[in-house]
Design a protein around this ligand. Sequence first.
Ligand SMILES: Nc1ncnc2c1ncn2[C@@H]1O[C@H](COP(=O)(O)OP(=O)(O)OP(=O)(O)O)[C@@H](O)[C@H]1O
Length: 258
Amino acid sequence: MIEFRGVHHSYGDREVLRGIDLVLDGPRTGIIGANGSGKSTLARMINGLVEPASGQVLVDGLDVSRHGREVRRRVAFVFPDPEAQIVMPTVSEDIAFSLRRRRLTREAVDARIDAALARFGLADHRDHPAHLLSSGQKQLLALASVTAVEPAILVADEPTTMLDRRHTRTVMRHLEALDQQLVLVSHQLELFASWERVVVVDEGRVVADGPGVESIDFYRRLMDGETTEGGGGGASAVRHPDGGTSGPGRTDGTGPRC
Ligand SMILES: Nc1ncnc2c1ncn2[C@@H]1O[C@H](COP(=O)(O)OP(=O)(O)OP(=O)(O)O)[C@@H](O)[C@H]1O
């Protein structure tokens, strides 16, 4: 379970998160919002890549700022730019590198590499130089390396931006089938149409939190200027699937009505 408690964050004097109170406890949560609204900052806090200026982020009850190492063992992160996480010369070595701390036998490592390559359509590229992969293949390798670890929580920030429709479908099918908790940030709204929970972030606040279709509809209206809600107002017409308007941990009861 992931919990944000009164989280604020600024870069210099630019305030980018303005009081986030959120509990992410379902198997999948989508995060959508305008450019610069704070989605990546929020996502990066889940494994301590960014620490809140004030407030707390907890993962399974562990304060991320104080227990970073333990949290990072549970939470894996996929960056929008795969170059940021490909570190080894070949495809299979890169996946093996992500498994280095897992105390697996050589056979188990090989089995996980094979499974990850097959899952993301890279089986033919086992010994391929990683830097010579296409942009989309690099994104697939980043996903293969991270999911091979089988983290308890996977946070993926725009992991499909460079993928064609077929590979996007393959990746989404795999991500949606994971047993682990998934938090996915994306501008590809159609990915979330059937999701039970999608959070809309606007100007550093959660402005909607509910079923995918409703959150997407709210976000579209927000972007089209058909609602004055969001931004400074922090209100939302979207209800959370549990039916609550300010359920425990979902919001602080003073911010968005979810
Ligand atoms: N390391 C940083 N230093 C300074 N400012 C930053 C940094 N990271 C993000 N920002 C600023 O914080 C704001 C929120 O950025 P963030 O990346 O969280 O937004 P986002 O919603 O993920 O945007 P996008 O959809 O464009 O990826 C932006 O104004 C951005 O310029």
